[in-house]
Design a protein around this ligand. Structure first.
Ligand SMILES: Cc1cc2nc3c(=O)[nH]c(=O)nc-3n(C[C@H](O)[C@H](O)[C@H](O)COP(=O)(O)O)c2cc1C
Length: 173
C-alpha cells in the first residue's frame, strides 16, 4: 500500500477516546478497536497483518521507535508521544503506552498499545523536541540523533524506563 502525502490537517482525538491495537513480535497488527479504525481512516481489513509502520509519520524521529522496541522487547512498558499518519494524509497526536503481554506460561502473547489524547502544550513541547532530533538525524545521521536523545535523557534525570515514562506523562499535565 502506498503511503499518503502528509497534510497539515489534524484529526481530533477526544478525551474519551482510547485507541487500542495489538501486534505480533514483529509489530504486525493483530487487533484494532473501532476508534483506531475510525481515526486512521483505514478499513480493518487493510490494517490487520500490516506493520504498525503503516501509521508512521515522517515527522517522527527514529530514536523514539528504537527506544520503544529496545524496551518492550525487554518487557519494559514504554509511554511515548506519537504523531500518526492517517489514510487521508492528516495526522493525530497521542500519548501511547506500549507493553508486552505474556501467556500464563511466561511465553510471548502480544504487544499492545493504548493511546490517549494529549494537551496543546504537550503537542508544542514534543513537536519541537522531535523536530530537533529529526533535524539532527537528517543532517548528521542516526548516531548523532541518538547522542542528542541520550543527552536529553541524562539532562532530565531519566535513568531508566520508569523515569522516562513518568517524565513523559508529566509533560501531558
Ligand atoms: C503494539 C505496537 C504499536 C505501535 N504503534 C505505532 C503507531 O501507532 N505508530 C507508529 O508509527 N509506530 C507504531 N509502532 C512502532 C512500529 O512498529 C515501527 O517501529 C515504527 O512505525 C517505525 O517504523 P520503521 O521502523 O519501519 O521506520 C508500534 C509498535 C508496536 C509493537
Amino acid at each position: 500500500m502506498s503511503k499518503p502525502e502528509p497534510t497539515d490537517v489534524e484529526h481530533e482525538v477526544k478525551s474519551v477516546d482510547l485507541i487500542v491495537s495489538k501486534s505480533d513480535e514483529e509489530g504486525n497488527i493483530t487487533y484494532v478497536n473501532p476508534i483506531f479504525i475510525k481515526i486512521s481512516g483505514y478499513s480493518q481489513a487493510s490494517l490487520l497483518e500490516k506493520p504498525h509502520a503503516i501509521l508512521r509519520h515522517p515527522d517522527m524521529p527514529k530514536v523514539i521507535f528504537k527506544y520503544l522496541w529496545k524496551n518492550i522487547k525487554e518487557g519494559n512498558d514504554v509511554v511515548a508521544y506519537v504523531k500518526n499518519l492517517c489514510a487521508d494524509g492528516g495526522f493525530y497526536w497521542v500519548l501511547a503506552t506500549v507493553k508486552m503481554a505474556k501467556n500464563p506460561d511466561g511465553s510471548f502473547r502480544n504487544y499492545m498499545s493504548t493511546r490517549r489524547c494529549i494537551t496543546q502544550s504537550a503537542k508544542q513541547t514534543i513537536s519541537d523536541l522531535y523536530a530537533e532530533w529529526l533535524s539532527i538525524e537528517k543532517s548528521e545521521g542516526q548516531e548523532a540523533a541518538e547522542a542528542a536523545f541520550n543527552s536529553y535523557l541524562a539532562d532530565n534525570g531519566i535513568t531508566d524506563s520508569s523515569s522516562f515514562n513518568e517524565y513523559m506523562k508529566n509533560i501531558n499535565k
